[in-house]
Structure formats: C-alpha cells, structure tokens
Ligand binder design. Structure first.
Ligand code: PLP
Length: 459
C-alpha cells in the first residue's frame, strides 16, 4: 500500500477551543451586523477566515525570536534575512515591511500615479486598493478558464498573453509602470501560475520594456504546484523552482504572513538600484529605517527561518494535502467547489450552492453566515462585497464568481477539524433549498468596505 502523507511535525503547545451553542451564535452574528470580521475570536470554533498571519511557528522560529537583534540600524537579524532572500530568490535589494500591503504601498508610491494601468492576474484586494487609491486601474488579464469553477485547468492563475499584449499595444508604455503576477492567485481561488506562463509574460513585458513584479505571498505553494503539475519540473527541488521563478521578474512584494509562516512581516525586493533608492525614501517615511522597516529584529529573524521552512517539500505536501483533503470531503457531500483545489484554501461556489438567492443579496456572504450559524466555523466571502463598488459609477461590481473561501492556517488544525467543517457544509447543502433570502448593506466604507460593512437580513 502506498503510504499517505502525514504532518512532518508534532504538536508541542496547544490552545483550547470552546464550542458554542446555536443560540449563542445567532446572537453573536447579529451583534456583529452579519460581518464575520466583527466577531470576537472566542466566538469562533474553527477559524478559516484567513491563512494570513495565523500559522503556527516552529520551535526553530521561536528560537530565532530569542536571537533577534533589536539594534535600530544594521541589526544582525536584518542581515540574516538579507542572506536568505539572496540565497532563495537571488534578488539584490530589499526592504523589510510590516506586511504585504506595506510593500505594495512602497512599490506603488514609487511607481504609480493617476491614470496608470497595472495589468496582472486578478489582483489581490489590497493590491487593487493601493492601485485604485492612486486613481490608477488594475487590469485583470487572467485566462478565461479561471472563471469556470467546474473546469480542470492545472494553472488557473495564468495570464492570457493576448489580453496582456492588447493592454501594451493600446496604451503608451509610460502609462504602465509595471505588470504584477500574483503567485498563487488568491482572488481566483489560490490558483497557481505555470513556469511557462511566468517565462512568457516576462518575455512579453521585456518586449514592451514594462517591468514585471511578483505579488509573492504564496510563492512556495506556487512552486509546489509547478513541481507536481508541470512535467519538466517534477525532478526539480522547490528551491530550484523558486530560484527560476524569480529569475524572470524585476522584483516582488511579499507578505511574510503567508509562505514565511510568521504572524507579522513582509518585504519588498527589487533588482533596480534607482527604483530601490526611491522605495527606500518611502520606506523611511512609512515603515522605518531600511534595516527594520516596521518590524522588530526578532520578527525579521522569524521571517528568515520561516522562508526556509516554507520551501520544504514535506511541509508543502502536507499543507496542500490538507487543503485537498477538505476539498475531497466537500466533493463527496456533493458541494460545488472551485476545481482544482487551491494551495491555501477551498473555495465553495456559492452561486451553485444557493441558487435561490439573487446576486443582489450576496450569495457568498449568505453562505458564510450560514456556515457560522451551523457550527461556529468562520470562512470569508470572496464575491460582490469584496469586489467593492466601481470607483466611477459607484455601482456594485458583480464578479463572475461568488465564492466562500475556507482558508486553512498553516500547521494549526488537524484532519478532525476538517471533518467537522465538511459536515457543517454537508448539513447546509441538505437544507440549501430552504435558504432563499440573503442580506442588504446598511453601512459601508468608500473603499475596502468588506472589513467594516454592516448588513441586515432581507425579510
Ligand atoms: C495577503 C496577501 C497580500 C497582502 O498581504 P498582507 O500581509 O495581508 O498585507 C497581498 N497579496 C496576496 C496574494 C496576499 O495573499
């Protein structure tokens, strides 16, 4: 018999979880105005809101925290991180940042202004926010296959080269400060980008002299998919694949809260000295001096160690295996999910799951609330609420997909937790025809509304 994968770690510290009653949850979610971000964490039994900053650090990382050097300038922990970034990514310049969006802030502050275009593959919400805040426009060039949740495509994060070239042809190069490839593509379902696509996008960008950057939050998971789905890379190590991936780009923004398995941290790396000098100015202004960039020395050290652990094959196999384990359980219940399963999360297709709810009543949010009421499980809406209003017309933007994302924190939950989550959704699936009303917005912010908006039930 072929042996199944098992977690390549054991548990040294545990944190108690308290199950709640259905009555408690009805009250709590109402008090939270049906916004799952407004729940207190004690009101959640299994928290799949995000895999961002929610991972369990290893004892090596905790040891690094003790070794952290808190010198204001030139900290040893900074040089440790610099060494790892050079070894792993082979990019010469970097500044630490307090998280991924801070790296985006520095990059777009240095490069992007009103009227500019940033083509890419379904930009992450904070990326989109930073671009639109500067009155520039993110242009989504993801392949069409990505929006068909039932279709198997090994690299649904890929960029459509024709769409991208169309943007380059129909706009002057000065209006396109950079192209952003998100690896893996969160918004379209944690879907990877193939090495071939990265190579081709990079070549096309070079032809039009447009710099290309990675949004690299999940670069290691992307490398795992390249290894397991792109034939010619089967024999390559994750480290070799990562090195080649980054060889095609001019720089990267990184949220350490993902594949560096830390609770806080990030960085911005680039090859161009002139750009680095510009970024440095913004770093000092927004984040802090260049060798700490908004982080404590101990955080830098934990990021350095976490980047290395995040690239270990056995870890990636168990992490992505756990996501697929949950996905297969849901599939067995008949629940419509985005296929293939993504790197960090399972995405339930809420349009198919709750077909009686009109899109104006937020299908994915309705499903997220049902899941919380059913078993105290917190997922997150990736749909109309997240898509925000059109900045010009102020009308709701209805994306082609309404997804409930179940993001799995790294090294935190067991298979039993996954069984529990799947059973909750199985129960909802059985009573899905009785769910016919959704929600309406009673309060929202002008940008990135999903974090703070308030809802009420449509009666
Ligand atoms: C999380 C994430 C970000 C933003 O990073 P933060 O650390 O949350 O600010 C950007 N892009 C992608 C793809 C992400 O997953």
């Amino acid at each position: 018999m072929e042996l199944p994968f098992a977690e390549p770690y054991k548990i040294k510290v545990v944190e108690p979880l308290r199950p709640s009653t259905p009555q408690e949850r009805i009250q709590w979610i109402q008090d939270a105005r049906y916004n799952l971000f407004k729940l207190r964490s004690e009101q959640v039994f299994i928290d799949l809101l995000t895999d961002s900053g929610t991972g369990a650090m290893s004892h090596h990382q905790w040891s690094e925290m003790m070794l952290g050097d808190e010198s204001y300038a030139g900290s040893a922990s900074y040089f440790k991180l610099k060494g790892v970034i050079e070894d792993l990514l082979d990019i010469p310049y970097f500044v630490p940042t307090h998280q991924g969006r801070a790296a985006e802030n520095l990059l777009f502050s240095a490069t992007t202004g009103q009227g500019d275009l940033i083509p890419g593959n379904a930009h992450f919400d904070t990326t989109k926010g930073h671009i639109e805040f500067r009155r520039a426009t993110p242009v989504d060039c993801t392949i069409d296959e990505a929006s068909d949740t039932t279709l198997y495509h090994p690299f649904k994060g890929n960029i459509d080269l024709n769409k991208l070239e169309e943007v380059f042809k129909s706009n002057p190069a000065e209006k396109i400060p950079l192209c952003m490839i998100t690896i893996t593509c969160n918004t379209s379902g944690g879907q990877p980008v193939s090495m071939q696509n990265i190579r081709e996008v990079s070549a096309l960008c070079k032809k039009y002299t447009i710099p290309v950057f990675f949004d690299a939050a999940r670069f290691a998971e992307n490398a795992y998919f390249i290894k397991t789905r792109e034939k010619e890379y089967a024999g390559h190590s994750i480290r070799e694949i990562v090195l080649e991936m980054f060889s095609y780009v001019d720089g990267a923004t990184m949220s350490g809260k993902k594949d560096a398995i830390v609770n806080m941290g990030g960085f911005l790396a680039c090859r161009d000295k002139e750009l680095f000098d510009k970024i440095s100015m913004f770093c000092i202004l927004y984040e802090g001096y260049l060798t700490y960039g908004g982080l404590a020395g101990r955080d830098l050290a934990a990021v350095a160690q976490g980047l290395l652990e995040g690239c270990e094959f056995n870890y990636l196999e168990s992490r992505i295996g756990q996501v697929a384990y949950l996905g297969h359980l849901l599939k067995d219940y008949g629940i419509p999910c985005q296929l293939p399963f993504g790197g960090h999360a399972v995405f339930v297709d809420a349009k198919k799951m709750l077909p009686h709810i009109p899109k104006e009543e937020y299908q994915a949010q309705t499903l997220a609330i049902e899941l919380y009421l059913e078993g105290g499980v917190r997922g997150v809406e990736i749909g109309t609420l997240l898509a925000d209003r059109d900045p010009k017309t102020r009308k709701n933007r209805y994306p082609s997909l309404e997804l409930l994302r179940l993001a799995i924190p790294r090294r935190v939950y067991t298979s039993n937790h996954m069984d529990y989550v799947a059973a909750c959704l199985g129960n909802i699936y059985e009573r899905r025809n009785k769910i016919t009303k959704g929600f309406r917005i009673i309060k929202e912010a002008p940008i990135m509304r999903h974090f703070t908006l308030e809802l009420e039930r449509v009666l």
